[in-house]
Design a protein around this ligand. Sequence first.
Ligand code: MTE
Ligand code: MO
Length: 521
Amino acid sequence: MNITTVRLSAVAAALGVLAAGAGVLAGTGVAALTNGPSPLVAVGNAVIERTPGPLKDYAIRTFGENDKTVLLAGAAVVLALIAAVAGVIGLRHRRVALGIVVVVGLLALAATLTDGTTAASRALTLLAPIATLVVAVVSLDLLLRRTAPLAEAVRVPASRDGDDVRAGFDRRAFVLTVLGTAAVGVVGGVITRVAGGARAAASRAGIKIPKPADAAGPLPSGLDPVDGISPYLTPNRDFYRVDTALTVPDVPADTWRLRIHGAVDNELDLDFADLLSQRLVERRITLTCVSNEVGGPYVGNATWIGVPLADLLEQAGVKAGADALKSTSADGMVIGTPLEAVTDGRDALVAVAMNGEPLPLEHGFPARMVVPGLYGYVSATKWLVDIEVTRFADFTAYWTEREWDEQAPIKLSSRIDVPRAFEQVPRDRVVAGGVAWAQGVGIATVEVSVDDGPWERARLAPQDTVDTWRQWSWRWSDATPGAHTISVRTTDADGNTQTSDRVPPRPNGSTGRHSVRFTVE
Ligand SMILES: Nc1nc2c(c(=O)[nH]1)N[C@H]1C(S)=C(S)[C@@H](COP(=O)(O)O)O[C@H]1N2
Ligand SMILES: [Mo]
């Protein structure tokens, strides 16, 4: 191979990648408009589904919660390599190159056809891979045709001189084709950005949540006792967010449906208006993530409005033998919840509002589950579209495949919000404070200890409900200057005291006591 051949091959490889990239972005743009999976995501999901267990486990162990991102990046790299090879082959065999692109495009089409993760219309979602296929094939064909005279000149160098090549090669047309292809990609990218989530946002803006038939009641007085601690109710914009969504699912309320089926006497198929016409209750409930380290930020308290899951299940009529709810989100998340936890009288909800507004898009618009006392990963399905009444033995939830326990009640815990780590506090104003939670039971005491000294009772703000966290504060009146460590522990209303045994979040939630080092000036 001479240098010209190498250079031309590099150009051809780049053209292949350009055509494929434009195709993928065009498809992603169309997917945003039709609310289907983008072709790359559909292929990614298909690969995940067909990956053998041990390999999947390895990927999850190695990449942890980023496994989806790594997979997509991997898919993009593989696609780019195939496209580059197709480009090089195309210098000599244009039809073969186009054939390769068609085969890959058809795979994306098949992946979209079998993709179970979308709430959108199946036929419409096929437009995205079709757009990808058409854009990639047409642009690669054009680009290769424009390049053909150069390839010809390299192949039979003796038969032509440089002038002939220049005569056959239309530089202007070539550049225009490259720019045109790039422009298609850019437009696809812009549409993805603008349209992604736009329909859900517009639909959310038009929604009015009716007044709940059963309101939460007024907040007790005496909340938020100290500056700097977590506000009793966490504002939506500060509420922690944990999910696997690569992009926030775009689920407009007007096309949303919730199916409740499986081991039931009557299947329910509700649209959003049906859901709102049910008995709405309003409850304050503290949500907690199993991934929260002791003292960590993945806990928040909000006022939710929703339909009691028990009501819906009663209407459906649960058959004997079932022990689980398998809930599925619009983005394909599968979560398993003990049936007992949603029928034992606690306020388990299909929630539609959070702190006085329709659910924010990131928190599951238009509907999500909220179950007091269970970690989010076994209960709090966002963008909820399907509930199957079934048995744990008959399915595997997303996180259970990732070495988290099948069932996981929230563990008793407490957190110091102030003083912050390494804060310098004036001697006459040493006030500690934070939150403690024991969902379903309630907090009896919170105690603090400075430098491993005796445990002293903190003041408690009122317990609003047993399902919400309780704020605490403690004033160190005879604070001594210097560096100190303050620790906290709580005891629930059943008399269980928070353990000092440290365990990590996996497989069913962290334990241990939170402590903070700070300095008294
Ligand atoms: N669809 C979907 N729902 C989901 C998740 C997810 O990844 N996808 N994560 C769960 C986890 S692990 C938690 S802790 C809560 C977090 O809810 P939030 O993001 O509203 O705080 O949502 C749960 N529901
Ligand atoms: Mo979580």
